[in-house]
Design a binder for this molecule. Sequence first.
Ligand SMILES: NC(=O)c1ccc[n+]([C@@H]2O[C@H](COP(=O)([O-])OP(=O)(O)OC[C@H]3O[C@@H](n4cnc5c(N)ncnc54)[C@H](O)[C@@H]3O)[C@@H](O)[C@H]2O)c1
Ligand SMILES: [Zn+2]
Length: 340
Amino acid sequence: MHCMKSLVINLPVRKISYEIEFSETFKELNTRLKEQIGKRKFLIVSDQNVDKFTSFLNTFDKKNILILPPGEKTKHWPYVEKILDKCFEEKLDRSAVLVAIGGGVIGDITGFAASIYKRGIPVIQIPTSLLAMVDASIGGKTGIDCQYGKNLIGTFHQPEKIYACEEFLKSLPLSEIKSGLGEMIKHGILGSPKHFTDLEKIANPNPTAKRIFPLVRDSMNIKSQVVEQDEREGGARMQLNLGHTFGHAIELLHDFKFSHGIAVAIGTVMAAQYALEHGICNEETVDRIENIFNKFEMDITCDLSEEQIWQAMANDKKVKEGRIRLVLPEKIGKVRVHTV
Ligand SMILES: NC(=O)c1ccc[n+]([C@@H]2O[C@H](COP(=O)([O-])OP(=O)(O)OC[C@H]3O[C@@H](n4cnc5c(N)ncnc54)[C@H](O)[C@@H]3O)[C@@H](O)[C@H]2O)c1
Ligand SMILES: [Zn+2]
């Protein structure tokens, strides 16, 4: 069934464009992926959860698959070396392609390995978490963590194609669904009142893949448009930090015990409250933002003091010349950057 049209991302600076294709079933995705790979050699990189909880990898030969442990701890040098070693063992040349099939962790590390293997080979991104679909797979940022912090080592390496498939969402734990919803709601607030309203309509404590997936396309479109305006993160991409300056401080103070999406949700509410206090948005905007998180039963209560959070933000890497740049909502669908 080709019911959902693909999206095209155009990056004018480097004259690159690529497609995001949508499918409902693994069967359909499988056909399209095999067509896209064609006669090229390839290596699929995935994680143990995707391997265990979905059937997608079953039709591929084991020698073409590398399965890594799940979780953020995988986004480190030793696993980059594992991917590169496997590429050498399988004698991949520069015409080969890497295929990332996983959440943001697998997408980021596989994209990074692809960008440095023999000075760079193509990567296909197949995001399997909601967060990776609507956020991490788009925009070409790749990378790993190190002892000095998260995502500090990396490259820009645009994928040759992105595939979003509904069937992956069926095995995704509810907490991961909610993490992705945090970013989707963010996209609505920064770029599209319609997207926000559509999300309000499906908001309930246990949203199904069937209801969410049609909105994934709109969310990916909003992120794509921001990336198109600002491929290398000089200006417009800043908007995507809505909820993230507060959110990152919360993650640090809680030693990453919150899921990223929940931290972003709390951060977004804080940004809205700050905007209200400074006459940047009205009360209705704050109410709608709080309500949507409540309706999805995303717990936005936070026991940290304002003082603690501001202190942590001052130490954040995104602070320029000692000033904090906050992205604040003006209304649903529009944000502005505010320097404190
Ligand atoms: N490159 C970017 O622009 C960008 C943007 C946002 C986030 N990120 C990065 O993405 C990462 C977070 O992504 P994430 O939330 O997807 O984390 P993740 O990759 O750890 O996936 C979350 C969990 O879901 C599991 N999982 C994934 N797909 C599944 C499926 N279909 N069924 C069952 N389980 C499944 C994973 O094994 C993992 O346990 C972070 O490292 C972050 O830095 C990158
Ligand atoms: Zn985020």
